[in-house]
Structures are given as C-alpha cells and as structure tokens.
Design a protein around this ligand. Structure first.
Ligand code: BGC
Length: 404
C-alpha cells in the first residue's frame, strides 16, 4: 500500500551543479592544464582512451545557456538551485579582478532569481586559478588569506543575490583525491601534504564564513561529503570508528562553529574491514553506471548522526550515473523516503538538491557518466532533453509530498 509522505512547509527542492563541470571555456585553472598534461594524456592513451574525451572543453556551455537551464529547472517545479563560481574567471591573475566576469555572474544570478529559484552558491569546487596552483594551492600557508580576498570581492559584488553560501565543496574528497590517492591534479601521494591541505581548507572556510556573514548576513556552510560507514565485522569496530572520524567528522567538527547550516553531499556506503576501507559496498545493492552500490538507508543514518549539531541541514548533492534512466526515479524516491524518515527521527532537514540538473563533466571520468535529470546530447549541439525521472521528480517538487 502506498502512503503519502508530506514534507515540511517551505522545504526546498532542486538540483545542483558546479562551474567547471558545466560552464565550458575555462582554460585558466589547474584542471584544464592537467587534462592536457603529458602525464595525463599518456595515461589515457595507454588505457586505450581518447584524451579529447577527458577534457571539459565546452562542457554544457552553461556559461551561455544558463537562462535556458534555470528556466528548465523552474518548469520542473524546482524552487532552488545550486551552482558555482569559477575563481579563475573572477581573479584571473593574483589580485586582479575581472569585472566583466563578475557582470556575467551577476546576470546568471539575476536569471536564477527571475525564475524564482532560491540560490545556493559554491565558491570553490575542486578547481584553482593557475596563479594560485603555481604557488602550491592550498598547500601554501597563505592560501586562506588569498581565498578570503576573492571571497570578499564576491560578497561585495554578488552577495545581494545569494540565499545560501557554500564555501568549499567536499574538502575531504578534494584533499584526498588530489594529494593522497593521486586521482585529481596535482596527483600527489602524500599523507603530510593531504594533512596540510586539510588544515588550510579549514582555515580558508572559517575565515570566508566570517566575511560572508558580516558582509551579507546569509547562512554559510561547506558542502561536506558524508558517506555511510559500517564495520565489515566484529573485529573492524575500531578501524570503523577511526575511518569514520577521519572521513566524516574531523573537518566537520573543526568548521561547524562558523556554519549556520550543514550542507550534505551523500552518495555512498562503505564497509570498513579490519585493515581499513573496502571499496563501495556492493552487498545486496543495485549499482550505478559507475559501479557505486545504491544504499538509500545510509542517507538516513548520516542525517540522523548530524542531529547533535542542532543546525538546519540541506542535502546539497545526491544522485547517480544512469545513462538509461532506468534507476533514477526509484533512486530518488528511495533516498527521499529515508530523508523523510530522518526528519521524523528529529533531523532538521530543510531541502534536497539532486545531483545534477544536467549531464556534465564528471572529472577524471570524462563525460560518459550521466548524472542529469536532463540529458545533454553531445552529438546534437548540446541539446537538452528532459528525462522521464525528471518529470517524476517534478511531481514531488510540486506537491511537496512523496507517494511511497
Ligand atoms: C562532487 C561532484 C561530482 C559528484 C559525482 C561529488 O562528489 O561534488 O562534483 O560530480 O560527486 O561524482
């Protein structure tokens, strides 16, 4: 028997994206340079891949087609949107701000507002301006001050259009993938560098949050990637506690003091073995096109675990790669059911942003993983095609309830 689950009044519904993954035409940052580097190109060729398929290039041309995308979001009954700024456009050289780029972002924000969308704006989502990367990026002791200078400019110039600020996206993923697992630029394998970057990201957030609040008075958070961790067996309890602390709690505990809400990106559930972490848990789970186990219960666990902070929570990302759109509707509904159960259990969750509005550039994986509610046809001038699941999600957004 299905039941109708009513979400709290004013609950925000929408979808998220990031600058580099959608805008196109970004050539002045460390990702773009890395994509074309000899190391990367040789690696891709050695694996039988065409390096051109792994460059963001024009991406979704969101830089030019933002109004079309915001208007689609509105047609799909979204009440909120999350997108990002590309720091390297705004501050192409150290201390030099590009007013034209800021004007353009102002137009984007005005368009989002025109379409009635509440705006979550991300200030840093994995990419760094080249000048900043050349100085060591977030390894540099002065990085927090440099980030704050950019944040100050943005707050002054664009603050009036922003409802929620997200300072840094997934500090855990950014630091570990770039400096420990060597998956993202600058592809390092160093525990100490990872640690240093984490410390500087914490400083950068705490300082940015103060600036944003004093200048705009709008709520601030990081977008934390919080996975659901489970011990694989009796003997792994200790490792589980350690891994969960390092991956989910350490950065959160050190930044929560300057956050007004908690932005949660939830994707995966892991089993932790005695010696550390296992890959994405596959037991009894359906998987996404990227092979990630689908585990909606984990969202409920994560949200309930945040109750103790006594702050509003927004799910700032949750979604799957599913090119055939065969699993997306169920995925969304199952996750929303568990989000609803977390609310019933006392978690103050006030919004849900599906990742992502459109298909986009999935970092080191290139364009093949399809996360979008809206398909981007890369063989037909980046034409937007609304997927069936987007219409199903639109019904939920409109009614503020889930039939489950
Ligand atoms: C990131 C997005 C990414 C998504 C899917 C998140 O961790 O913030 O940029 O596309 O996961 O992998």
């Amino acid at each position: 028997m299905t039941q109708k689950l009513q979400f709290p009044k004013g609950f925000l519904w929408g979808a998220a994206s990031s600058a580099y993954q959608t805008e196109g035409g970004n050539t002045n940052n460390d990702w773009c340079v890395w994509e074309k580097s000899v190391r990367r190109v040789d690696f891709l060729r050695a694996n039988g891949k065409n390096p051109d398929d792994f460059c963001a290039g024009i991406a979704c041309d969101f830089w030019n087609r933002f109004d079309e995308d915001f208007s689609l979001a509105r047609l799909l009954n979204h009440s909120a949107t999350r997108f990002g700024l590309e720091w390297s456009r705004i501050e192409p050289q150290e201390g030099v701000f590009d007013e034209k780029a800021l004007d353009h972002y102002e137009k984007m924000l005005q368009s989002a507002k025109f379409h009635g969308l509440t705006v979550f704006l991300t200030l840093h989502h994995y990419t760094n301006p080249l000048w900043f990367a050349k100085q060591g990026g977030f390894l540099n002791r002065k990085s927090a001050a440099k980030f704050s200078r950019y944040v100050t400019k943005v707050a002054d110039r664009l603050g009036q259009y922003v409802d929620f600020w997200l300072t840094i996206n997934e500090p855990e993923v950014y630091s570990s993938h770039s400096y420990f697992f060597a998956k993202y630029p600058p592809q390092e394998h160093s525990f100490w560098k990872t640690w240093r970057v984490v410390q500087n990201l914490i400083r950068a957030h705490n300082s940015a949050a103060k600036i944003l609040k004093s200048k705009t008075g709008k709520p601030v958070s990081m977008a934390y990637q919080l996975a659901d961790w489970e011990p694989a067996g009796f003997f792994s309890h200790f490792t589980h506690i350690m891994v969960e602390y390092l991956a989910n709690e350490y950065i959160l505990n050190r930044t929560i003091g300057t956050c007004d809400f908690i932005g949660v990106n939830y994707y995966v559930h892991h089993h932790v073995g005695v010696l550390g972490m296992r890959q994405h848990s596959l037991t009894h789970h359906d998987v996404t096109d990227l092979g990630w186990g689908i585990h909606p219960e984990g969202l409920e666990h994560v949200l309930l675990s945040l109750k103790r902070h006594k702050k509003p929570i927004y799910v700032t990302e949750n979604g799957l790669a599913d090119a055939r759109d065969a699993k997306r509707e169920k995925y969304i509904k199952d996750h929303l059911y568990h989000l609803y159960m977390a609310i019933k259990g006392g978690a103050d969750v006030r919004g849900y942003l599906y990742w992502s509005l459109t298909d986009n550039f999935e970092w080191a994986e290139g364009f093949w993983p399809r996360f979008g509610l809206v398909e981007i046809d890369r063989d037909d001038l980046l034409r937007r095609r609304v997927r069936h699941s987007a219409l199903k999600y639109a019904e939920i957004c409109k009614s503020n309830e889930l039939e489950y």
